[in-house]
Design a protein around this ligand. Structure first.
Ligand code: NAD
Length: 475
């Protein structure tokens, strides 16, 4: 018997969304050349009107960041910079509930995730890098490593505030100043972060936020006054950026797409593996670059495992992201929903079998039921291309060697998962996987002390941990 839950909505009243926002440049909110709207993907309700920065706005922001770098932040001792980072971390914690609700409204992710995953990790990142700010000489990058200057940072919409933290915390800890462009569908938590910078008395110009779409991002990464480019987003745009900065003095890190294999061996604890598979692909609606979007399951247990997986998927609660019982929220935008639908139709056309969880979907907003495709072969597009949605492609294997070969048969190399009772097998397989992160008997676990990044077309450079400092230091 399945019990129905009563609705448990989180209150919206903790958030005050202004009708319109400007750009955050030199410590103040200023007008932008253009305007655009940001909406709640769960209801299609417009949330706010936001400034769209053009090249001259970006130029102002870069100039402010340069002044702040040369006059204040660059020369400031690390122990003083650390105080600001600690202050920001504490304000994030104090305002965590408000920021979680705002993130859920603008992004569509379940409040349970924004509250329990995104926000604690955002604060943890600032705490962690605050700790490094006065210890850079001991980080292994020379006795007196120097900052690079002005960092131009462009982030995607799947973890808006968390990606901001991944970018801004190490940059500031190392003494760089920042111009950051959030994604066009999720600008609101970055603008709330701008208010936090004011609240923390961060010197003007150290953090600048320019909102806008691809053109704003391009103006930022191509700006001659930017010393370091940090980009998280699609491989396609990453390649464009790599081309545009080639031959310049700019340092670049790229965090791009993925098509991770989640490998389940016949000796794995099945119930735990099923939880891990669900977390791997349905967490954050599958809008996760390191999502376990290819399930590789050993043939002898495939039928049993798929039966358990379907039973578990049928219990996932899809719907109102602000409801604390919701497991799977809204797809972030109509454009992304169209992409997920189109690739799923390709899966049908190529002969894979689709099964979707039998869940009712709301009438308004952007929704896609958790879905698996079985009978997938390596040649299928749904086994090769990133769907970036709640869609799992299932393949089988017979031997460990075949599992490794299939797992590595992808242009990407961001993450992977291994499920087995045998430690020796886990270590042997992990060694042979070309992926930046390999999880064992778990999936999608993050920690600010642990480096994250890709091989091959998943990009280059590492974020997080001691390794994450390297991208922001001249050495
Ligand atoms: P996207 O590349 O279209 O956009 C990402 C950001 O880049 C946005 O802010 C966008 O406005 C900006 N942008 C677009 N065109 C640009 C250009 N020509 N120059 C500069 N900036 C430009 O990607 P998306 O659809 O928003 O995000 C989804 C993708 O991001 C997925 O492929 C996913 O795998 C990837 N991703 C990777 C990681 C990682 O850490 N590796 C993390 C999250 C998302």
């Amino acid at each position: 018997m399945v019990f129905e839950y009563a609705p448990a909505p989180e209150s919206r009243s903790v958030v005050e969304i202004k009708p319109s926002y400007g750009l955050f440049i030199d410590g103040e909110f200023v007008d932008a050349a253009g305007r655009f709207k940001t909406a709640n993907p769960a209801t299609e309700e417009v949330l706010a009107d936001v400034g769209e920065a053009d090249a001259s706005d970006v130029d102002r922001a870069v100039a402010a960041a340069r002044r702040a770098y040369e006059r204040v932040w660059g020369p400031m001792p690390g122990r003083e910079r650390a105080k600001y980072l600690y202050r920001i971390a504490r304000i994030v914690q104090e305002r965590a509930r408000e920021l979680a609700v705002l993130e859920t409204l603008d992004n569509g992710k379940p409040i349970r995730e924004s509250r329990d995953v995104d926000l604690p990790l955002v604060a943890a990142h600032f705490f962690y890098y605050a700790g490094w700010a006065d210890k850079l000489a001991y980080a292994g990058f020379g006795p007196d490593p120097k900052p690079l200057g002005v960092a131009g940072q462009v982030i995607p919409w799947n973890f808006p505030l968390l990606m901001l933290a991944w970018k801004i915390a190490p940059a500031l800890a190392c003494g760089n100043t920042v111009v950051l462009k959030p994604a066009e569908t999720t600008p609101l938590t970055a603008l709330a972060f701008a208010e936090i910078c004011q609240q923390a008395d961060l010197p003007p110009g150290v953090v600048n936020i320019v909102t806008g779409a691809g053109d704003t991002g391009r103006a930022l990464v191509e700006h001659p006054g930017v010393d370091k480019v940090a980009f998280t987003g699609s491989t396609e745009v990453g390649k464009q950026i790599a081309r545009s900065v080639a031959g310049s003095r700019k340092r670049v890190t790229l965090e791009l797409g993925g098509k991770a294999a989640n490998i389940v061996f016949d000796d794995a604890p099945i119930d735990q593996a099923v939880e891990g598979i669900v977390n791997g692909i349905f967490f954050n609606q599958g809008h996760v670059c390191c999502a376990g979007s290819r399930l590789l399951v050993q043939e002898s247990i495939a039928d049993d495992l798929l039966e358990s997986l379907k039973r578990r998927m049928a219990l996932l609660r899809v719907g109102d992201p602000l409801d604390k019982n919701t497991d799977v929220g809204a797809i972030n935008s109509r454009a992304q929903l169209d992409r997920i639908r189109a690739l799923s139709e390709v899966g049908d056309a190529e002969g894979a079998q689709r099964w979707s969880a039998p869940c009712p979907l709301p009438d308004r907003g952007f929704w896609f039921a958790p879905t698996i495709f079985t009978g997938v072969s390596q040649a299928h597009r749904i086994a090769r291309e990133e769907i970036f949605g709640p869609v799992l492609s299932v393949l089988t294997f017979r031997t460990p060697a075949e599992a490794v070969e299939k797992a590595n048969n992808t242009p990407y190399g961001l993450s992977a998962g291994i499920w087995s009772d045998k430690g020796s097998r886990i270590l042997a397989i992990a060694d042979r996987l070309r992926a930046g992160v390999v999880w064992a008997n778990t999936f999608n676990k993050f920690d600010p002390t642990s480096p994250f990044g890709g091989y091959k077309e998943s990009g280059y450079g590492r974020e997080g941990g001691r390794h994450g400092l390297e991208a922001y230091l001249a050495h």
